[in-house]
Design a binder for this molecule. Structure first.
Ligand code: DP6
Length: 333
């Protein structure tokens, strides 16, 4: 190893078609339910990791600024796990500077931990000279944020539920980027970060929602339906099950104590817009994450129509039309 070694990697955000909500093991960050996602093309994080023997601690910069305490701690924790697993000491020789940039169109409030930890795991493995498989990197990313495990791969990706002690649980790709030309039209409905992060939302749902056990029991069935429909390119079947997966996890959040209501008035307005489009024969289906934005899945040739309708919807601030994205990649040069 030389005294300074750097590597740059990109990873794309993903949208879960079958949602992950809830953990079966907090320490290993294992999901309680299986999930399936689609990687997204234009939501990219680019991360440069430089291992520098002159550093006395890891240093973290996000979008050009020194990272806050919590963000920095999560990054350092991931780097420590890498060093641990590789048998490298947490010492001067192996400390790293991490510079991460989100290249997301406009300040949409969509920045996610998924692309961030996926890009970090790939760049860190190269900067530390580790010849690890993508599968192993996906398991490392999962440990920091389960949705990040899926962002190592392009196309359509599955992450199974974790069984006790399943330290190596990783995502696996189930269909390539060119399998299906569907689009995700995002309607941004509010500014600023969400009030309750997904990790906290999941835990509160598990501990207090009377619907949580039913969710954990039913989610595998929805995921199976979504996987079959994805393989068969059957958007109506996939869309129906995807909406149910979203509504079910939001129902867990809403029925928690204290309640977690991610929706805003424009969220409902956007959902109604999609209902009206469906009434007119357009196959368009809603999904949402732990926030107020509505994300509509449709065929490529309906995307312009869907985007126009969402743009006109009361309270919608901006829209984006996203395609299926590629694998996480090392950036050379
Ligand atoms: C609603 O992956 O952010 O977006 O593992 O605690 O970091 P942690 O959670 P995270 O949760 C994502 C939740 C979701 C659904 C999904 O992406 O599957």
């Amino acid at each position: 190893m030389t005294s300074v070694q750097s590597a740059r990697a990109t990873a794309h955000a993903n949208i879960a078609l079958a949602k992950y909500w809830g953990k079966s093991d907090l320490k290993l960050n294992l999901p309680a339910v299986p999930s399936i996602s689609m990687t997204l093309d234009r939501l990219v994080t680019e991360t440069l990791v430089t291992r520098d023997a002159s550093l006395r601690a890891d240093r973290v910069f996000l979008d050009g600024k020194k990272a806050g305490k919590n963000e920095s701690a999560r990054v350092v924790q991931m780097l420590s796990r890498f060093r641990d697993a590789a048998g490298l000491s947490d010492s001067g020789e192996h400390f790293c500077r991490v510079e991460s940039e989100n290249h997301f169109p406009t300040a949409a409030g969509l920045a996610s931990s998924a692309s961030g930890f996926a890009a970090l795991s790939l760049a860190a493995s190269k900067a530390l000279d580790l010849k690890w498989s993508t599968k192993r990197l996906s398991a490392m990313a999962r440990w920091s944020s389960a949705s990040a495990a899926r962002s190592l791969y392009g196309g359509f990706v599955e992450l199974k539920a974790g069984k006790a002690g399943d330290e190596k649980l990783a995502a696996n790709p189930i269909a390539g980027k060119d399998h299906w030309d569907v689009r995700l039209v995002v309607a941004v409905t509010a500014k600023g970060p969400k009030k309750v992060g997904s990790t906290e939302g999941m835990e509160r749902s598990r501990k207090t929602s009377p619907m949580y056990d039913a969710w954990v029991e039913q989610a595998p069935k929805l995921t199976r339906t979504i996987k079959r429909a994805l393989k068969a390119r059957d958007l109506d079947t996939l869309g129906q099950a995807m909406q149910q997966s979203t509504m079910f996890f939001h129902a867990c959040a809403m029925s928690s104590a204290p309640q977690i209501l991610y929706w805003q008035p424009p969220t409902i307005a956007a959902l109604r817009t999609l209902e009206r489009l469906r009434d007119r024969g357009v196959s368009v289906w809603a999904t949402m994450d732990a926030g107020p934005h509505v994300k509509a899945l449709c065929h490529a040739n309906d995307a312009a129509k869907v985007q126009r309708a969402l743009k006109k919807t009361d309270g919608v601030l901006s829209t984006m039309n996203l395609s299926v994205g590629p694998d996480a990649q090392v950036v050379t040069a």
